[in-house]
Design a protein around this ligand. Structure first.
Ligand code: HEC
Length: 191
């Protein structure tokens, strides 16, 4: 009788120890996983918050330009309004969805731009402090064979709180941009 009781006690104790060990191992694994995640975030500079918030296009603009502000900027200084009449009136920046190495291998810009290229120009209208114009050139294979496959569209808004609306597209754009056909219709070159 006594023996059985002792055995039972012994059994509970070992069960207790076994549980403690299992939990201990699980806890250690959790801590390690947390540390690894933190290390990855430290090296990539990524945080949970950033990865959960994908870039969204300004209201009225096509989704394919979402996040253009973080693309490669072709101009190093803002482009001032053209005196005597500016087709894209304002102070401008031009971005492309390609990296420097792709469009300028060995430091020198190559033409034409590859298929899938998107060039975005933003303009802040004179006297305003928000972006009032977004002009887009998007190269889609077979999309516009007479003009190196560039699709041209331009959106504007006259108040910061308004959605962008389509202003013009196509022929009116490429008739002027044909002046720089030799550099693939894109006036602004990589600085
Ligand atoms: C009368 C000439 C003219 C017309 C018309 C014109 N553009 Fe432009 N565009 C320019 C010039 C010049 C630049 C160079 C930057 C600047 O000074 O604004 C430019 C720049 C751009 C850029 C940035 C890339 C680049 O070429 O430097 C885009 C994108 C663009 N235009 C799209 C359009 C679209 C879309 C239309 C039609 C809705 C259009 N453009 C009509 C002259 C024109």
């Amino acid at each position: 009788m006594q023996n059985r009781k002792r055995n039972k006690q012994g059994y509970s104790v070992s069960l207790g120890i076994a549980f403690m060990l299992i939990f201990g191992v699980m806890f250690a694994a959790c801590v390690e996983e947390q540390q690894i995640t933190e290390q990855i975030q430290e090296t990539t500079g990524e945080t949970d918050q950033e990865s959960e918030q994908p870039a969204v296009a300004l209201p009225g603009l096509p989704e394919y330009v979402a996040g253009y502000e973080s693309w490669l900027k072709l101009n190093s200084e803002p482009i001032p309004p053209v005196p005597g009449g500016d087709p894209h009136n304002g102070t401008k920046n031009v971005f492309v969805n390609k990296d420097r190495e792709t469009i300028a291998p060995d430091g020198e810009q190559q033409f034409p731009y590859p298929d899938g290229s998107i060039v975005v120009k933003e303009a802040t209208r004179p006297g305003k402090d928000y972006i009032g114009l977004i002009a887009i050139m998007r190269k889609i294979e077979g999309g516009n064979p007479d003009h190196n496959d560039w699709e041209f569209v331009e959106y504007t808004r006259s108040e910061q709180a308004s959605d962008f609306t389509l202003l013009a597209s196509g022929r009116i754009c490429w008739t002027c941009h044909s002046r720089v056909e030799d550099i693939d219709y894109v006036f602004t070159e990589l600085d």
